[in-house]
Design a binder for this molecule. Structure first.
Ligand code: ZN
Length: 158
C-alpha cells in the first residue's frame, strides 16, 4: 500500500474497524516516511455462484429471489418473521460449502423443500406444489401422505 502523499511503501496500520456486519474493514494507516495518515477499505470478495436453470440458461445467484419464494410459501404460517431469511442463508451456506461455482436450480429447489419440510409442513406443500408442479390431486396426495407417514399416522385415506 503506497502512501498517497509521498509514494512510500512502508506504512503501518494504526487502527482497524469492521463496517457493515464485518464484511468490510476500514483501516487507518500511517506512512512511516512522512507520517501522513490515510484510510483504506478491505472487502471480502464473495465467490461467484451461478445458477443453471432447467433450460440450461445461467444466471447470477440471487439470494433475494430465494427469500421471496420461501416467504411466499411461509405466508401467514406460525413461524418467526425471519424464517425465510434464515432458511435462505442456510441454503446459500450449504451451496457455498460445496465449493462449486455452478449449481443446478433443481438442487436449490430440493434444498428449499428440505428446509421447508423441517420448518412448516403447509409451507412445504405450498412450495412443492409450485416447484414440482403437481400434475393432479394424486401427486399432491402422495406428497401429503408422505408427511403423514413420517408422523406415523398412516396417511390421509385411513
Ligand atoms: Zn508518505
Amino acid at each position: 500500500m503506497r502512501c498517497p502523499h509521498c509514494g512510500e511503501r512502508d506504512t503501518r496500520v494504526v487502527d482497524s474497524r469492521d463496517l457493515d456486519d464485518a464484511a468490510t474493514i476500514r483501516r487507518r494507516r500511517e506512512c512511516n516516511a512522512c507520517t501522513t495518515r490515510f484510510t483504506t477499505y478491505e472487502r471480502v470478495e464473495a465467490a461467484r455462484l451461478v445458477l443453471v436453470k432447467r433450460d440450461g440458461t445461467r444466471q447470477e445467484w440471487d439470494r433475494d429471489k430465494l427469500v421471496s419464494g420461501l416467504r411466499k410459501a411461509l405466508t401467514r404460517r406460525p413461524v418467526p418473521d425471519d424464517a425465510a431469511e434464515t432458511a435462505a442463508d442456510a441454503i446459500e451456506a450449504e451451496l457455498r460449502a460445496a465449493g462449486v461455482s455452478e449449481v443446478p436450480s433443481s438442487r436449490v429447489g430440493a434444498l428449499a423443500m428440505e428446509r421447508l419440510r423441517g420448518i412448516d409442513q403447509i409451507a412445504y406443500i405450498r412450495f412443492a406444489s409450485v416447484y414440482q408442479s403437481f400434475e393432479d390431486l394424486a401427486d399432491l396426495k402422495r406428497e401429503v401422505d408422505s408427511l403423514f407417514d413420517e408422523k406415523g399416522s398412516g396417511g390421509l385415506a385411513k
